[in-house]
Design a protein around this ligand. Sequence first.
Ligand code: HEM
Length: 551
Amino acid sequence: MSKVFRSIEPVLRGLHLEALAQKMVPENTTAKYLIALLTTHSAGFQWDHIFSLIAGLLGVLFVYMVVKLGLHLQKTRNDTPLKDVPGPWLASCSPLYRFWYAVVKGNFHNDLTNLHRKYGNVVRIAPNEVSIWDPLVTREIYAHGDKGYPKCDMYDIALPNGYFNLAVERDIQTHAEGRRAIAKDYSMTATLTAEAHFDNVIGDFILALDRNFAQSGRVCDFTTWSEYFTYDMITDLVFGEAYGFCRTGIDVDGSLKDLRQMLLLSPFLSYLPWIWPITQNRWVKETGMNHYARVCHTPILKRLNHGNVSGRLDLLDGLLKSRYRDGHALPMGEIVNHAYIFILAAPDTASVALRALLINLVRNRDVYNAVMDELTGLKLSNPATWKELADAPLLHAIVKETLRLHPPAGFNLPRAVPAGGRTICGYYLPEGTTVGMSAWCVHANENFWGKDTLEFKPERWLDPESAFKLDRYGLNFGQGARACLGKNIAMVQLVKVAAQILLNFEFELVDEHKIRGLFLLLVVLDGVKVSFKRRVGGPLDDTVEMEGAKF
Ligand code: HEM
């Protein structure tokens, strides 16, 4: 290094720095000293002095910064009533802790459970955020009406366009009114009016699995195909027309690629909100977000321009006909937001659940055999109707148990502590504290549910008392005023498709060791490969020719 300085020495001299320094900063003796050192005529040992000085200054600067940072972290940690809430030191004074576990490591759903096992019911997971483990507290935080806590600013990442957005709205009253305007179309009765459409999409899916995999013996990338199915299902229910993944067997328009891009971005945006401006960046807009806007805008425009040609009462039709209590219609921006949230909220959650369901059945052959006995013992139509499947309680229990053990939503449903603050599990949380509960943690709480809570035991849903408790304190669909609007759609879809898969195919996991859960706010299941075989005596066996089936 000193060689470099020596080589530029003549240049420095040529610049007449000493004179310059005197002109510019006549009173600054430190500057004069430094310049004098730099412009001195004798080389050699003076350079060493300069190095020592620079190193010394850097050292002082470093110590200063470390002390300053330490004081800042201590202040962040202690200048709040949250200082007594237990948790990892780094988490209490910096967002970096959560960033590391949630964004980089991608196993936050399990890591958070372990934090609760170590620290108890209340854990500080970020400077202004705590996580709660006690299932009883779900009744407080996620209560109905004014009693529930409002959503916090993390939800703002869901691209507000200035219009009411059901999933994001923070004001309790505004949310309640907006939800009331559309809620009737999502009741179980309304959902079942579309049962024939569920059947059509499920039929396409079953035939595609048969044609592409069962007949040829090829291994099915079930991660992708379960998404094909759920994406087709939601586009069909909302816009009256499936996007066509199952029929074409391809990622239409690159939709799934874009969906994954958005999922990969979502933990960044949620846990590092200052990154938000990059979402305005053209590159990001060109990815998933634009695609989603297109998926929603195109069919809505088509409907507005040409009317409801098919006459089918799909969810878009419902939105266009919905009215607020004072009789006014939903503005178009709001309808777009609803459609956008449905397309975003439905496919990944339901497809993850479907993958988890198959995995559970392969890993628990006794349960598989029992549910096959149940289904084959019933007189079912092809496809089986929802009404007929009411006589298959174990099948329903399997779906619920899957959602309990692998809740697709892995984040901790954060809320803001309301005015006046609240005391939860003995800790005072001031107003504005972010507080949340993760379904993964809550469902894994052995102290509350018992030692076997992490075991796959659908029978726990068959006992009315136990089922009541599971429904009341479980979080797989959230709770209270902000509980999932599409719960009935999800349940009808999952129960019906599970029945059709079970009745039509035998299945095995391939390369099971490659399956992994990844925290992306949702907990996605990647690497699920399945080999399907037609089930002897199943509906496909009876109705569809092996050669050149319906396609
Ligand atoms: C297995 C499938 C599904 C799971 C596990 C699931 C889970 C959830 C959860 C946990 C929430 C609460 C979020 C929170 O409190 O922050 C939620 C909200 C929501 N879900 Fe789902 N969901 C599923 C399917 C669907 C479907 C099919 C739709 C579409 C119709 C949908 C639409 C919504 C909407 C609109 C909200 C926001 C409700 C509000 O804030 O009022 N979900 N979902």
